[in-house]
Design a protein around this ligand. Structure first.
Ligand SMILES: Cc1cc2nc3c(=O)[nH]c(=O)nc-3n(C[C@H](O)[C@H](O)[C@H](O)COP(=O)(O)OP(=O)(O)OC[C@H]3O[C@@H](n4cnc5c(N)ncnc54)[C@H](O)[C@@H]3O)c2cc1C
Length: 235
């Protein structure tokens, strides 16, 4: 096999010592039927790590381009049967579910930090003669943040339980959970920016980083639209 092309946004692409590469091996059929998987142990002739993508958030979690120029792979490098990698993945869908849950738990970690920082700040910051948490609109916002965080966290535990048990009781659950968690996360970080007032957008304060990190989660572990499309198939 001779691979040519460039992959974008690959997490830990410059650091990985082992990679799995999916490549089209039959273009006369749909990609689901004409894609094979290959093992790659860099360095390798014809393989090169390209530029580092300059993201606004999650900046300690790097993504690189991976470039293939007449890069040769043998049959021994191939994972499973030729053209069958997507069929194989369907049989081990729990691996996809675990990846989805990883993104969900990352989302909830950021959301929890943003909620806790907003809660603590609201007890310290005094405006109108009292801590801002004593203003009902602020307390109500905090309660809404708490509610969405706990709803997403509870659903994540439910998904994890399902995956531990083979994932067969409700296959749409992990993807639906990720969609809910990402929406909750971006609601919570936005509200945290509001509650911190002008300090919310200052680089010297911790909130703006969480806000920048949060939008990364829309794309990691598949986009909301793609997760919904796939979950819908299991309705
Ligand atoms: C931080 C980060 C880490 C990443 N890590 C990796 C990695 O390790 N490995 C890897 O392979 N990729 C990785 N990616 C890439 C990521 O998987 C893609 O960015 C993501 O799947 C979206 O693909 P795209 O950027 O091509 O957007 P597009 O596919 O161009 O999507 C653009 C918009 O169209 C929507 N859309 C696309 N198709 C449909 C459809 N059929 N119906 C309705 N709406 C649709 C999308 O939901 C999105 O809103 C990473 C990305 C980020 C941001």
């Amino acid at each position: 096999y001779v691979l040519n092309g460039t992959k974008q946004f690959i997490a830990m692409g410059a650091q990985a010592k082992f990679m799995t590469i999916f490549a089209r091996t039959d273009k006369s059929v749909p990609w689901t039927e004409g894609t094979s998987g290959f093992m790659l142990f860099p360095p390798k002739e014809g393989f090169e790590v390209g530029r580092l993508h300059d993201k606004v958030g999650l900046r300690l979690y790097p993504q690189h381009e991976l470039i293939f120029r007449d890069c040769e792979f043998s049959e021994e490098d191939r994972l499973g049967e030729e053209n069958q990698i997507h069929a194989s993945r369907r049989n081990i869908s729990n691996i996809t579910n675990i990846g989805t849950l990883e993104a969900t738990s990352t989302a909830l970690g950021i959301a929890r930090r943003a909620y806790e920082l907003a809660l603590n700040y609201s007890k310290e910051r005094v405006q109108g003669g009292k801590p801002i948490i004593e203003h009902h609109l602020i307390a109500m916002t905090l309660l809404e943040m708490f509610t969405r965080l706990e709803a997403a966290r509870t659903m994540m535990w439910r998904s994890a339980h399902s995956i531990d048990n083979g994932g067969s009781d409700d296959p749409k659950l992990p993807r639906a959970t990720k969609v809910l968690a990402v929406e909750a996360l971006n609601f919570i970080t936005t509200k945290a920016v509001e509650i911190w007032g002008g300090m919310g957008v200052m680089k010297e304060a911790p909130i703006e980083k969480l806000y920048r990190d949060a939008i990364q989660l829309y794309h990691m572990g598949n986009t909301n639209q793609v997760n919904m499309l796939k979950a819908m198939a299991d309705l």
